[in-house]
Design a protein around this ligand. Structure first.
Ligand code: GDP
Ligand code: IMO
Ligand code: MG
Length: 437
């Protein structure tokens, strides 16, 4: 038996989907444990690209079971259309192969309406959410009124609760948020009733299934969404998402005890990106930032929004390593840096004579903060065809070794392209070795 957790070590979009797919070669389960369709995970197999927002990134490997754990918030309409899309591409989407934990909460139209209206009301103080209703769905969970997957099995009992929600949210939309948007109960219900009949056979007891799987010695991958710096508690609050994106979230959001987790893998780009608002100490505002955006195709997988680009931030990465207990890092998109004469890495922040070695707690404390950089030699070589460490130019090897030293964490793999095959092992621990051939 072995269980690994894969988390984003930055602000999301680090290439988690690609590496979950890589490790499914010998996995039995892939489990999403938090977030919802704010995530966009990309997998490229034989040149064919698949973008997933809810389904775990094991869906393209036949035989790998996919669980949406209790900590996920799940939009039934989005899930059903995603299932139809991957089914058309040949994936098995039958109940049992895909399981929805009975305790996972639903995201319904009124959550989406509130998310959008609240962002508008925030004006210049907006978070830059994905507008997918994720925060409002977690709010309902916290205030103990949410509708869960288990409720899909009892439509008659769910109906009046949904009606009460719609009435309450319409008041919030109009009276509190000053929005013209109103949600129509009849149309929400008509759709949800149909969706309940489609999804009911998929509802199961996730923690029990995982427990039994572990007893059989099966291999489990917990697939994080977003990134550690977007964690609701430990991220750059309030510019964060509404769930626990850190590795500890895997235990909470799946109902598996933390002592079962054998290895925590952090994924980081060889530079940094962020979508939406919020502090970003190493952001590059000039032409180099634009060049990275174009070369790295840094536009949202699902929303298409341009991602803000910056240098690698070792201070932020050290925080991610510490908070998530990351025991090996995977560096992605090294190929995108080809052609840069020199590459900067932030090693500390400075305010006047004060040196900071962690992200500040408050947003205003980021103002006037200067990033201290080291500059490393760039490279001209096209890395996309490299498959072994020895095939990487010495300046690339130096970049990887330097980052590993700065963040005090081994690098297990690097990635030089979006495809499964564009993956280079560096310092692979025994647990991860068990997931690949
Ligand atoms: P996720 O949210 O962490 O799964 O990442 P996304 O899928 O949102 O964004 C990562 C993007 O980078 C996707 O388009 C991937 O196909 C792509 N990608 C992943 N690894 C590499 C890499 O090493 N090189 C290049 N050029 N693209 C990569
Ligand atoms: P993956 O899994 C990048 C960001 C949003 C916004 C903040 C809050 O693909 O890495 P939310 O809709 O969650 O309330 O938005 O979080 N965000 C992401 N950024 N990748 C993601 O997911 C993200 N999911 C949410 O841009 O800043
Ligand atoms: Mg993404």
């Amino acid at each position: 038996m072995s269980c690994i957790v894969i988390v984003g070590a930055q602000w999301g979009d680090e290439g988690k989907g690609k590496f979950v797919d890589v490790f499914t070669e010998r996995a039995d389960w892939v489990v999403r444990f938090q977030g919802g369709n704010n995530a966009g995970h990309t997998i490229v197999v034989d040149g064919v690209k698949t973008a997933l927002s809810l389904l775990p990134s094991g869906i393209l490997r036949p035989g790998v079971k996919c669980l949406l754990g209790a900590g996920v918030v799940l939009n039934p309409s989005v899930l059903i259309s995603e299932m139809e899309r991957v089914r058309a591409a040949g994936a098995d989407t039958s109940p049992g192969r895909i399981v929805l934990d009975r305790d996972a909460h639903l995201v319904l139209d009124y959550h989406v309406a509130i998310d959008k209206a609240r962002e508008r009301a925030r004006g210049s103080g907006r978070i830059g959410t994905t507008g997918r209703g994720i925060g409002p769905a977690y709010e309902d969970r916290s205030q103990r009124s949410g509708i869960r997957c288990a409720d899909l099995l009892y439509p008659d009992l769910m109906r009046e609760r949904v009606r009460a929600h719609v009435e309450e949210k319409n008041k919030i939309l109009g009276l509190v948020l000053g929005s013209d948007a109103q949600v129509d109960f009849a149309s929400v219900w008509e759709r949800l009733e149909q969706e309940a009949s489609i999804l009911a056979p998929y509802v199961g007891n996730g923690s029990k299934l995982l427990h039994d799987a572990m007893k059989r010695g099966e291999r489990i991958i917990f697939e994080g969404a977003q990134g550690v710096l977007l964690d609701q508690i430990h991220g750059t609050y309030p510019f964060v998402t509404s769930s626990s994106t850190i590795a500890g979230g895997a235990a909470i959001g799946s109902g598996v005890g933390p002592r079962h987790i054998d290895s925590v893998v952090g994924i980081a780009k060889a530079y940094t990106t962020r979508v939406g608002e919020g502090p970003f100490p190493t952001e590059i505002i000039d032409a180099t930032g634009e060049e990275l955006r174009q070369r790295g195709h840094e536009f949202g997988t699902i929303t298409g929004r341009p991602r803000r680009c910056g240098w690698l931030d070792a201070v932020a990465l050290r925080r991610a390593v510490r908070i998530s207990g990351i025991d090996s890092l995977i560096l992605t998109k090294l190929d995108v840096l080809t052609g840069l004469r020199s590459i900067k890495v932030c090693t500390a922040y400075r305010r006047n004579s004060e040196v900071l070695d962690d992200l500040p707690a408050l947003v205003h404390e980021f103002e006037g903060l200067e990033s201290e950089y080291i500059e490393l030699d760039g490279w001209e070589d096209d890395l996309r065809g490299a498959r072994r460490w020895e095939e990487l130019p010495s300046s690339v090897q130096r970049y990887i070794v330097e980052i590993s030293k700065l963040i005090e964490c081994p690098v297990s793999f690097v990635s030089v392209g979006p495809g499964r095959e564009a993956t280079i092992p560096v310092n692979v621990n025994q647990v991860l070795q068990g997931f690949i051939r």
